[in-house]
Write a protein that binds this ligand. Structure first.
Ligand SMILES: [Zn+2]
Length: 370
């Protein structure tokens, strides 16, 4: 399975390629009406024609995508060059559709990585335990089935059988409680390993309240800090319902994470295009950027120095004297963040966080080291 780390490396190597390169983010989500009868193949063909992608490359891309009768993803991200590069990523998130022939376009991939951290969700009661993982790169292994909202179920096999049929009183009940405790302890250790393997940073515990609380107490220390929510859920509910609840919890937790980032920036950060780009590019002290996804600004760029030129009228680079060009700001931010090792969080949609970022911070802000 592709890991977030692989994708980070891909972004770095793609962003540095001179091009021309085809960058395509194609919606293949079967739940979207526009994708019925694989209508996205038509959109792909039209877009490649419009962008002037060379015929040989068009054919390779078409052959690949036509063979994919069930892409099992919401978005296919395709990067291809005429010579050898041909990379496809299956994303379990909906990304605005775009097709580009020219400079590599990795901003949406960065968005996916930072916006959607892998989450683990432990669903349990006294007798049952299930573990789900949702990650933006949802390439499921051969034995894993992709479920609703991009969740995969990971098999956990404790050696001890889950306790069954306890009564509510006397010695039998005490034995059962001890049994449950052992069961949770073992499962907790098993999911610690899975959690590290999958790069899960944030854990959701779901089930009857007294059980999730107990499970949390028995969790290995390394996992304690990763619990972001305990959700009261009836484990006997239909699976689709449980997964919808988990997705709602995940979204709430992400929203909270973004809010904390903005609060921190307000305390000690930079804001606005000019100040933020200067701190990122010239002072190299921004380590986490928050950027409004719909930010439609442009900025000058010197290819020779790989620097943004903040004076939009400067057709010649003030540093090397060569010709500069105008690029979409989003692309430039991805390049700079990649080169400076800053994390980039795009925020999208209409909510309290995007309001703050737009109205208070001018659409772009950053957390600084010093
Ligand atoms: Zn220059």
């Amino acid at each position: 399975m592709a890991q977030a780390q692989d994708l980070r490396q891909a972004i770095t190597s793609l962003a540095g390629r001179p091009g021309p390169i085809l960058s395509a983010y194609m919606s293949v989500n079967a739940d979207i009406p526009e994708n019925q009868r694989r209508a996205y193949l038509v959109r792909l063909r039209d877009a490649m024609n419009e962008e002037g992608v060379p015929e040989g490359l068009q054919q390779r891309v078409r052959e690949y995508t036509e063979d994919e009768t069930h892409p099992e993803a919401r978005t296919l991200a395709i990067f291809a060059e005429e010579d050898d590069l041909f990379e496809i990523y299956r994303l379990q998130v909906d990304v605005p559709e775009s097709f580009r022939w020219g400079d590599p376009y990795v901003a949406p991939l960065t968005l996916v990585l930072d916006e959607y951290e892998p989450y683990g969700a432990a669903v349990l009661d006294a007798e049952r335990f299930r573990y789900f993982v949702v990650s933006p790169l949802g390439d499921a292994g051969p034995e894993q089935e992709m479920k609703a909202n991009g969740f995969r179920e990971v098999d956990v096999h404790p050696s001890e059988s889950p306790p069954r049929g306890g009564t509510d009183h006397d010695a039998a009940s005490r034995r059962t409680e001890a049994h449950i405790h052992h069961f949770y302890k073992e499962v907790g250790e098993l999911i610690r390993d899975i959690t590290f393997q999958e790069g899960v940073q944030r854990l959701i515990l779901a089930g009857p309240r007294e059980r999730t609380a107990e499970f949390r107490r028995t969790l290995p220390n390394e996992l304690h800090d990763r619990v972001v929510a305990e959700e009261h859920v009836d484990v006997g509910a239909p699976e689709g319902e449980i997964l919808d609840r988990l997705e709602a919890v995940r979204e709430r937790a992400e929203h909270e994470r973004e809010k904390e980032l903005l609060d921190e920036i307000r305390e000690s950060g930079v804001r606005g295009l000019d100040e933020t780009v200067a701190a990122l590019q010239e002072e190299n002290r921004v380590y986490h950027l928050a950027v409004l996804w719909e930010l439609e600004a442009e900025i000058r760029w010197c290819d020779n120095d790989q620097l943004a030129i903040r004076e939009i009228t400067h057709e010649e680079c003030p540093f090397c004297g060569r010709k500069t060009r105008v690029r979409p700001l989003i692309d430039v931010l991805v390049d700079l963040a990649t080169a400076r090792g800053a994390r980039l969080d795009f925020m999208l949609g209409e909510n309290e966080n995007t309001d703050t970022l737009r109205d208070e911070f001018g659409g772009i802000a950053g957390l600084t080291r010093f």
